[in-house]
Design a protein around this ligand. Structure first.
Ligand code: SF4
Length: 335
């Protein structure tokens, strides 16, 4: 007599949009195209995007990741150095120029837009309030657009309450692009209550990709026994998705980098799993996780799509003529 194991039924609610955004896609393309045009090595300052899988894939193609420009050996000074999607303080391109380095800036255009809004506040004589997370590279980059002492970092409503600016009537704010939409609305509301003359930026600083991924998770979370977000622990937008899932009704939510990290002992009684991915997490890992569920469950994937995204950002002028092969495209798209 043969014994067949009956797999438990399980529904995976797969959120859309999820995963790579236009800024991440562009940043990865820039490194891939630079390798094709200039040959290895191509240096990259800081993780190009916060994802080990992407970083290791680029290393395998000939990229070398450094934290600071002085790590680039003198014999490689003619090779390009790429600045990450998170943006850099003004001192970094200035340093690259003083070292005669050839740099390619992969800062997401939506981060550059926040830089411009912060600079506009400053030009108009306003002290800039930056809402963001201390130590995040994007925050370091945005603060580094302006002279020291002209920006104050605010993370929470408590920070707003404790904030005592020199001129409360002359403030302008911007935010990090990857914050929680709901938390940030609360911080901005309190800022407006305390400082009625506070000036908002011309356009929202939280980007379309952050907003859309949070909204999709919010809609899919009610009724989920578990919500998994594919992303890295240093990815701000991925961590926010974990919080959004819990607040919107998922019984539990976790960040996972690879299927191997999933603790299957926590799956007792789990019948509905939400699944999404941060803006720096490739689709190949989402598929790996779905397959891991299929090996253990009679898993059915239910699409939980909200909006369609069509954003696409051009790469740097120096690289626009370089062709991408089908396999380059698959890598750039995280497939
Ligand atoms: S998350 Fe938003 S700001 Fe960051 S790279 Fe993507 S599109 Fe640009």
């Amino acid at each position: 007599m043969s014994l067949t194991t009956v797999k438990q039924p399980l529904t995976i609610r797969l959120c859309g949009p999820r995963g790579f955004c236009a800024g991440v896609d562009r940043a990865i393309q820039i490194v891939v195209l630079a390798l094709k045009e200039f040959g290895a090595p191509v240096y990259v300052r800081h993780e190009i995007v916060h994802n080990r899988y992407v970083v290791e894939g680029l290393e395998a193609k000939g990229a070398i990741f450094v934290e600071e420009l002085d790590e680039i050996p003198p014999e490689h000074r003619k090779q390009p150095v790429v600045f990450s999607a998170h943006g850099v303080p003004k001192s970094v391109p200035a340093d690259a120029e003083s070292r005669n380095l050839f740099y390619l800036d992969a800062t997401c255009p939506l981060v550059s837009k926040v830089h411009k809004q912060a600079m506009r506040h400053n030009r108009l004589g306003r002290h800039v309030v930056l809402i963001g997370h201390a130590g995040h590279p994007e925050v370091i980059g945005t603060m580094g657009q302006l002279p020291e002492g002209t920006v104050s970092l605010i993370e929470t409503i408590e920070d707003v309450d404790a904030y005592e600016p020199a001129d409360p009537d002359n403030l302008g704010f911007v935010t990090q692009t990857t914050l929680s939409v709901d938390d940030t609305a609360g911080v901005i509301k309190r800022l407006h209550e305390r400082f009625p003359n506070l000036t908002a930026p011309a356009a929202d600083s939280i980007c379309y990709a952050t907003t859309n991924r949070q909204e999709a998770v919010k809609q899919a979370a009610p009724g989920c026994d578990l919500f998994l977000i594919v992303g890295a622990p240093n990815s701000s937008n991925s961590k926010r998705l974990v919080e959004v899932a819990s607040r919107a009704g998922a019984k539990a939510s976790f960040l996972v980098q690879r299927a191997a990290e999933i603790d299957w002992s926590q799956m007792d009684g789990v019948r509905t799993v939400g699944l999404s991915a941060g803006a720096s997490a490739p689709e190949v890992i989402v598929n790996e996780i779905i397959e891991a569920f299929r090996e253990r469950f009679d898993a059915r994937v239910e699409l939980a799509d909200t909006v369609e995204e069509n954003e696409n950002f051009l790469v740097n002028r120096e690289l626009r003529h370089v062709p991408l092969t089908t396999s380059d495209m698959a890598f750039v798209n995280g497939e």
